[in-house]
Design a protein around this ligand. Structure first.
Ligand code: SAM
Length: 219
């Protein structure tokens, strides 16, 4: 009986770990979940704000944000349907469906239509997986959907390399100048908020903790 219980428990764990590993290393899942809402609260996110989470994945960061924000104020966009399906399951398991988040699968953000301006736009570990063309489309979307006083936050690798892939996505480092020029082209202004580790992102993977957080606002 005990062995059966352990077997069932191990199946459950594997299922959870499988879900968590769809957005990164499973052992860092909780730290990366907690980091997101802590960072945004430090940047003054309030329940009444509207937030768009670009590349929301399985709602690793999304679930605490949905719980915190008022009904209908969380919007998530994701390119992988299977990842968002897991997010929907997690939403149900967390008993948060009544918060009525808008969850959208979109393979091309330049064709996405959302009738909402956002106080916060968030892309955690997403821009660094985009080609230059998709990055530009994303910034154009941000420019159209950010409220005049709103802010778009995104973590990035700073440097000049393209290092293999993560799943079907590239892993890209760009210079501040590149990001700044891409923002200017889209009527946005960029500033560097510093290292992720200084905001509590401690993964003990130096390259990740040394990623920078960008704050992007309307020009
Ligand atoms: C490292 S995961 C982070 C997921 C989520 N932001 C989090 O922190 O839990 C990157 C996510 O970005 C998504 N993604 C990559 N390119 C995208 C695009 N062009 N549009 C929307 N989502 C994208 C991936 O499918 C993946 O779920």
């Amino acid at each position: 009986m005990r062995a059966l219980k352990r077997f069932i428990q191990s199946l459950a764990q594997t299922k959870e770990e499988n879900r968590h590993s769809m957005v990164g290393p499973a052992h860092l899942w909780k730290m990366k979940r907690d980091f997101q809402i802590h960072f945004l609260k430090k940047e003054n996110l309030k329940p009444e704000h509207y937030l768009l989470d670009i590349g929301c994945g399985t709602l690793r960061g999304g679930i605490p944000l949905i719980a915190y924000l008022q009904n209908g104020h969380y919007f998530g966009v994701e390119v992988r349907e299977d990842a968002l399906d897991e997010g929907r399951k997690e939403l149900n398991e967390a008993g948060l469906e009544e918060k009525k988040p808008t969850l959208l699968v979109s393979s091309d953000i330049s064709k996405l239509s959302i009738e909402q301006k956002f106080d916060y736009i968030w892309a955690f570990s997403v821009l660094l997986h985009m080609s230059d063309e998709i990055l530009n489309d994303t910034l154009a979307f941000v420019s159209d959907h950010l409220s005049n006083t709103g802010a778009f936050y995104a973590n990035v690798y700073i440097g000049e390399w393209k290092e293999g892939n993560w799943l079907e996505f590239p892993v890209v480092a760009r210079t501040f100048e590149f990001y700044s020029n891409a923002c200017t082209k889209n009527y946005l202004a960029m500033s560097d908020l510093g290292y992720l580790k200084d905001y509590g992102h401690i993964s003990n993977v130096k390259s990740q903790d040394n990623q920078r957080m960008l704050k992007i606002t309307k020009n």
